[in-house]
Design a protein around this ligand. Structure first.
Ligand code: HEC
Length: 160
């Protein structure tokens, strides 16, 4: 009997983990972080990657780097995937305290914060779609729309 219960718990644990694999299920649910510090490092790491990919696309948009359609599309696809990731680093219990630049407003106004994150996600998705056409002129407006999300969110939710 005891063993059966254990097996049951193990099975449910596994199902829980498998459920986490679907992006829609990950966002906002409890992730498998060791503690709040790890959740903070996770979300900061995601934003470091966001910055790297946006930086290359930005250089192409500004003409500081030659436009390469395949590379631009790769960066846009990466950004689309990354935009789905930070949220679970914020919803993790206790992650409002620690080595973080996030303002308390994130947790006081989680609905508003999530709405900003969702706009970032849908704009990044539109950018990835636009980038497939292989033309900088086609992708540029979507890029500009997408990067407006950075300041729009940081203004209310991130300390300098
Ligand atoms: C929905 C809100 C939101 C959006 C959109 C957003 N950020 Fe952030 N960003 C944050 C918050 C909050 C932090 C602070 C995280 C922390 O320190 O725990 C942050 C942190 C960062 C950091 C610092 C990471 C570190 O190592 O500490 C960088 C870089 C960054 N964001 C870049 C960007 C860029 C570039 C974009 C747009 C393409 C963007 N962010 C969009 C909320 C957002």
């Amino acid at each position: 009997m005891k063993l059966q219960l254990k097996q049951l718990a193990a099975t449910f644990g596994l199902i829980g983990c498998l459920g986490m694999a679907a992006p829609a299920a990950v966002a906002g649910t409890d992730a498998h972080f060791k503690d709040a510090d790890e959740a903070i490092e996770y979300r900061q790491a995601v934003f470091t990657l966001v910055k790297a990919h946006v930086g290359v696309m930005g250089a192409m948009v500004k003409g500081k780097m030659d436009y390469d359609a395949a590379e631009f599309a790769y960066r846009a696809e990466s950004l689309k995937a990354l935009s789905n990731m930070p949220l679970e680093g914020f919803t993790y219990p206790g992650s409002d305290k620690g080595d973080t630049k996030a303002k308390a407003a994130v947790w006081k106004d989680m609905d508003g914060f999530k709405a900003k994150m969702e706009k970032f996600q849908s704009d990044s998705e539109a950018l990835a779609e636009a980038a497939k056409a292989g033309s900088l002129d086609a992708a540029k407006p979507a890029f500009i729309t997408t990067v407006k999300n950075c300041k729009a969110c940081h203004k209310d939710y991130k300390n300098k």
